[in-house]
Design a protein around this ligand. Sequence first.
Ligand SMILES: NC(=O)c1ccc[n+]([C@@H]2O[C@H](COP(=O)([O-])OP(=O)(O)OC[C@H]3O[C@@H](n4cnc5c(N)ncnc54)[C@H](O)[C@@H]3O)[C@@H](O)[C@H]2O)c1
Length: 420
Amino acid sequence: MTETLLDRALLRLEEAARHLTIDQDVIEKLKYPRETTKVRLMIRMDDGARKSFLAWRCRYDDTRGPTKGGIRFHPDSNEAEVETLAFWMTFKCAVMNLPYGGGKGAVQVDPRKLSRTELERLSRAYVQAFARVIGPDRDIPAPDVYTNSMIMGWMADEYNQIVGEVVPAVITGKPIALGGSLGRNDATARGGYYLVRHLAGELALPVSMDIVIQGFGNAGQFFASLAAADGHRIVAASDSSGAIRSSDGLDADVMIAAKKKGRTLVSLAAELGAEVIAPDELVATSCDLLVPAALEDMIHEENAAGVRARVVLELANGPVKPAADVVLEGKGVVVLPDILANAGGVTVSYLEWVQNRQGYYWEVEEIHARLLKIIEREGRAVWDLSKHRQISMRSAAYVHALERLATAIEAHGTQPFFTS
Ligand SMILES: NC(=O)c1ccc[n+]([C@@H]2O[C@H](COP(=O)([O-])OP(=O)(O)OC[C@H]3O[C@@H](n4cnc5c(N)ncnc54)[C@H](O)[C@@H]3O)[C@@H](O)[C@H]2O)c1
């Protein structure tokens, strides 16, 4: 049988369990998703035709609280990917000590081929189908790849219409006008940036870093902007059209402005005085920090040996395959793992949910300060654990999360069905 993405993700759980004395019941509970709902969404296209799209929502584990996780619109989305992303969310929320379990959703669609009205109908159809699955105390979606605050706004509105009341806490990553939080748009990148800054001394990173960014979307662009503002250099970057490189540094503002106009990075090469390179050359570019911010499995057995970075910051979910992890560890490259490195997004989503429930909204400085405090506290704990046990940062992050999950699973108790 071929190994799925979820099989590979579960290797991390087994690895972490070896470092802890935990009941086998805990592993049995975390090995499988609690529920995955699959539906076929039917929408009316602009030309009057009906078209259907497969969609899923997975609630992987809700031991520590309502399930939480984004909704992805992507042509390659599938059930195994949704369940794996939900598994990662379970551990991510536990690493950050957020009172949530893990969930995830997806629609198998290329949203770039839909008109705005078709996209809105599809987003509303998703909520119609999953209205009984989601809820502010049950399962709370958010944006992910190729979804954004506008889509979350439509989804929140649809939910409100179905239940007949205003329930902003059902979804995070909403527009500010509908109860979204200040500081949510750049939270994933900011969390990763705060983490690198906090551990820079331990990681022996220079004051001015050379940075390579793979995937120049939401997370990648905000990371570039934060890093450039502090005087670091972006020496290479890529999007789905290809990769560009310049040892003199690429202008982050120019790239971001061009991406907003729908241009590709490759089309900018001449203007930026950059060369166009192959995707694997990007990964092999000499730098201090490599930031994968695209999709899963982008650093694999074939290209891992070429990595010439001191540190890898996983802004994407699952960008380094387990086999590549082994190669990187052998080369002395430190990987700051996704469940910690990109947890800034769900952390500020949590702050958005808190604000929705309390009905009082914080200034952006308050959001940044709270994010900083949480990421530094948990980042430091994972770093100390990794040094203390002589294990990778990834294993340490999983151990840190698994301890919390195990405590919660045990605290729930077991119903004595078979006792006399
Ligand atoms: N946005 C968030 O809050 C958030 C939070 C946590 C994790 N993440 C993860 O970060 C990653 C990126 O998410 P995002 O929200 O920035 O998505 P996005 O859709 O805004 O950006 C993805 C980018 O990756 C690029 N890309 C796609 N295929 C590529 C390829 N083969 N090579 C190079 N680039 C490629 C796309 O062109 C796009 O620029 C995903 O793994 C996502 O799960 C995002």
